[in-house]
Every structure is written in C-alpha cells, then in structure tokens.
Design a protein around this ligand. Structure first.
Ligand code: ZN
Length: 422
C-alpha cells in the first residue's frame, strides 16, 4: 500500500508543479511570490539530493555547507512557507552528515538545534514528530545527553499520539530504561575503511527485533532464517573469496531500512545483498525468487514489496516516507543489478538441486523495495524459498539447507565479481 501511494503522490506533485508553473506564466503580477518560493525550494532540494548521490562521504564540504546555508536562508525569507519545516529537517541532516564525516560536536549540536526549532515553530507539520525522535536519537547516540533524549521522546508521547513516531518513541524510552539502546552502537565496531584489492560486500539479513518478517513452518521466523544464512554467507565469503564483509545486523535487533543501504553506501560496498524468505497468502507457493530494484514491477511483485516494505512502520525518521524517500533516485546500477540477480538465482539453484530434488526457480523479478532504494552499487534481494510452504518450510528449518543456500549465494557473488571486477 505505502509504496504505491507514494509514487502516486510524487506523480501528483509533478503535475501540481506543472500546473503551478503554468499559472506562473499566465498570471502576470502579485501572485509571483509563491511559485518563486516553490521554485527556489525545488532548486535547493535538487542540489541537496545531487550531493547525497554524488558525494555521500561529504568530501566536498563547502558544497554541503553552502546547501545548508541556502536552506536556512530560505527558511528565514519564507518562514510561513509549507517548505520551511522540510528545509529545517534537511538542513539538520546535512549538519549531521558533515559531523559524521568530519567530526566536530558543534555540528551535531547544530543539527539538534534545527530539529528543536522545527518542532517548536511548526508543531503541526508532518515532520514535527520525526524531528523529535531524530532529535532524541542525536542526543542519545551522538551528544550523549540521556536526559535530553528522554525529553524529546516524551514530547512525542505527550503530543503526537496518532503518529507513526509514537510507537518508536515508546520503544526508545523502554530501551533507555533497560539500557539496551547501547546495543545500537554495534556499527561502530566495524571500521569504515575498505581493504585494498578485496571486494567489500554488504549482507543485509532482512527484518530483526520486533519486526519478525514472515512466519512459517512451526513458528519459524523470517528474521532468524535471514540472519542464519547471512552469518554462514559471511564465513564463506571471507574464507573462500577473501572478501571483506559487513552485515547490517549481526543480532536480533531492528535496523531501519534506509540505514541498511546507507551503511552499504558509507562502506562504499561493491555489492549489496538483502536476504529474505517468502510467504504466500495460501501457503501453496514454493520456490526461489531474486529481485532487483525497479519502480515498475508486476502486481504480485508489488504485493510482496508491500509486505517487505511494511517494516517501515517500525522505523524512525523515515516515517514520512514519501517526503524523505524523494531521495529515491534514478538507479544508475540497474543493468549490473539485473546481471547480479540472475547470477545469484542460477548459482543458488545449481548448488541446491543435486541434493534437494524438485526445488523451483521462480526467476528474477523487479519490485520497488525500499531496502534497495538509494544503494549506489549493484544490489539484489533474495527471497529464499517460502516459509509457509510445506516442503520449502521444512527445508528452511534444516541448517544444512540454509548453509547450502549461503554456499550458492557466495558462488553467485564470486562469479559476478570475476566477470565484472570488484
Ligand atoms: Zn522479508
């Protein structure tokens, strides 16, 4: 549901933009302010998205700083504009990114201040609750101010009951109480440097934590199947292919979808593989599917994408997706991703088929998965058979079968890299 609606909205926005620009030319005087403001806003946003796509590591610091200044200038010139709050939000992300790349706590503090300002000046805006949770997360994980974090989450609980951020704020507060928020720092253990000459592969075990994914045979959960294959795959890739491997999670924890590709981009990964297991409404479907990202896709692919994407409701600042995911860009790596997906599909089947007869290959398909959006490298999503199919489900419960899937995926990765280089 969410994904389709989003594209419709984007489309509608484009048409509105077109109509508004048309009006701009037809109506000569006094009404210019709004279209001009909108045009300036669109320009800023385009500049910002281009930077995110071409310089995600924030090498060109002055360009990032200039975009942030442009955004804040726009907000002071047009404080009443509906775009002001969005720009404060974007500017805070820019400062946070600059902080992540170059350090300097004052930048993180600046990001936090902008989020405060958004929540204070635009309390009715759709991003106000997102700003507060993001503010809380900054306090907690970067500024190490637990009390400030608590205040931000509590404000969401008090004033934003009906929003998608409400359960997140609740979750964060309970994590604060139990101390389990410390686990989130796990990413820091993995250095963000690439080893010379070795391919870097990011493996993304789908779902995790309170997001179970599909539930199948004997209560088996997709999140556990995905993690178990991921850990096997990591071992094989390191031992047999000399690869550097990063996992988006190594434990049963929740990781937001956008953070997963963000990690792949930050690591400058050569390949990104997201691991999932399928389920069908009636439990009668079986087989292997591999997906690459595309916004077209047939109807059943879309239904699956909706299910996989539904974990966005567990997420943090990404709640108001159609806004934030306008960072969804033309995917320059589609051709490579299709080749990669095909390679994975055939390698997994040829590895498994000698031992397990009658396994089905359902082929390579395209679908709009959030987790593949925004990745700057060839990427694929593997639906490793059907959790709730009688024989597929039984096989997935077998550790040897899962190990062999990992072996097949590793072989596919190896074959792809051999042909295309790292
Ligand atoms: Zn899944």
């Amino acid at each position: 549901m969410i994904s389709i609606r989003r594209f419709v909205i984007v489309d509608l926005d484009m048409r509105l933009l077109f109509l508004v620009s048309l009006l701009f030319f037809l109506v000569p005087t006094s009404t210019h302010a709004a279209p001009q403001e909108k045009r300036a806003y669109e320009e800023l946003r385009a500049k910002y998205l281009t930077l995110r796509n071409t310089d995600n590591g924030v090498q060109r610091l002055d360009e990032w700083a200039s975009v942030a200044n442009g955004m804040l200038g726009h907000v002071s010139r047009h404080p009443q504009s509906e775009n002001a709050a969005s720009l404060l939000f974007d500017a805070s992300i820019v400062y946070e990114k600059i902080y992540q790349a170059h350090g300097g706590k004052e930048r993180a503090l600046r990001a936090a201040t902008l989020l405060d300002r958004l929540a204070r000046d635009y309390p009715g805006h759709m991003l106000a609750d997102d700003a507060l949770v993001r503010r809380g997360d900054l306090s907690l994980y970067v500024l190490e101010d637990v009390d400030a974090a608590k205040r931000s989450y509590q404000e969401v609980i008090g004033a934003y009951k009906e929003t998608d951020m409400y359960p997140i704020a609740q979750l964060r507060l309970s994590e604060l109480k139990s101390g389990s928020y410390l686990l989130k720092e796990q990413h820091a253990e993995q250095p963000r440097v690439k080893r010379e000459g070795a391919p870097l592969i990011v493996i993304d075990p789908g779902h995790g934590g309170e997001d179970f994914g599909a539930v199948g045979h004997a209560g088996m959960m997709e999140k556990d199947v995905a993690l178990s294959v991921a850990l096997e795959l990591e071992k094989i890739l390191v031992a047999q292919h000399g690869a550097t491997v990063r996992l988006t999670r190594r434990k049963d924890v929740f990781v937001p979808l956008m953070e997963r590709t963000q990690m792949a981009n930050d690591y400058e990964a050569d390949l990104f593989v997201s691991l999932h297991a399928n389920a069908s409404p009636k439990g009668n479907l079986s087989g292997l599917e591999v997906y690459y990202l595309d916004n077209q896709g047939d109807r059943s692919s879309k239904a699956l994408a909706e299910r996989e994407n539904s974990s966005v409701r567990f997420e943090g600042p990404q709640g108001d997706l159609q806004y934030i995911l306008s960072d969804l860009i033309q995917n320059a790596k589609v051709e490579e991703s299709i080749t990669f997906a095909n390679q994975l599909h055939s390698s997994v089947l040829s590895t498994l088929s000698p031992k397990w007869k009658g396994l089905k290959g359902l082929g390579v398909k395209r679908a709009p998965f959030y987790v593949l959006v925004g990745a700057h490298m060839p990427c694929a999503l593997v639906e490793m058979f059907f959790m709730n199919h009688k024989s597929d489900g039984k096989l997935l419960a077998d550790a040897l079968f899962r190990k062999q899937i990992a072996q097949g995926i590793a072989q596919g990765i190896g074959a792809y890299l051999q042909e295309h280089g790292a």
